[in-house]
Write a protein that binds this ligand. Structure first.
Ligand SMILES: N[C@@H](CCC(=O)N[C@@H](CS)C(=O)NCC(=O)O)C(=O)O
Length: 198
């Protein structure tokens, strides 16, 4: 059994979306988290070592970090075809986008959000918003998805950035039509309907 530890309108919302895309059998455990507006608190019932979301429990296995959860879940549901498996020529690009999202996109977004400006150490490690945006544009050039013709869990990650910080992605097309494509997915509508405490 898959259990998602979830707080509405947070980074775990994208995992609800992914679980819906996969047609997975899962249950949601709603947990509280401290919010930017000062509401909420760390929830003792959350198994995440930092009391964050998302956290995924699969029987006795705990997986944290959105990108790791994406890979774990698509590997668990290979026949759905939204996470290229070992041996698929798209596997390398898939792993690259998952790791690039976690290792570059999110830090760059946080640096922008916190208005930290530029610093040689940050640029050397992450480059910056300009380079990140160019990577997105280059990938979408042969789109409509990050991996080309087929939707994948990498699109769930980047699409979720579009949901909470559209201004950090390039304005206009192709990103605009990419996000419109993603927003039209029935699994996203189902996930949004569940993205609240019942
Ligand atoms: N790198 C983590 C980030 C998780 C994260 O920062 N989650 C936020 C919600 S959007 C959280 O749980 N914050 C609670 C806290 O800071 O205590 C991931 O992608 O899974």
């Amino acid at each position: 059994m898959l259990t998602l530890f979830h707080a509405p309108q947070s980074r775990s919302s994208r995992i609800v979306w992914l679980l819906e895309e996969l047609g997975a059998e899962y249950r949601i455990r709603y947990v509280d988290i401290p919010r930017m507006d000062g509401s909420g608190r760390a929830d003792p019932s959350n198994p995440h070592p930092d009391k964050k979301v998302p956290a995924l429990a699969h029987d006795q296995v705990l997986v944290t970090e959105s990108a790791a959860i994406c890979l774990y879940l698509t590997d668990l549901h290979p026949r759905v075809g939204i996470g290229p498996v070992v041996g698929d020529p798209k596997r390398g690009a898939y792993l690259t986008w998952l790791a690039y999202y976690a290792g570059v996109v999110e830090p760059v977004a946080a640096i922008e959000f916190a208005e930290l400006g530029s610093h040689p150490a940050l640029a050397r490690t992450f480059r910056g918003l300009k380079e990140m945006n160019q990577r997105v544009l280059d990938a979408l050039e042969s789109g409509p998805f990050l991996l080309g013709g087929a939707f994948s869990a990498a699109d769930v990650l980047l699409g979720s950035l579009g949901h909470f910080a559209r201004h950090l992605l390039p304005a206009g097309d192709p990103v605009e039509s990419y996000l419109a494509h993603l927003n039209a997915r029935p699994a996203l509508a189902r996930a949004m309907a569940k993205d609240a405490r019942p």
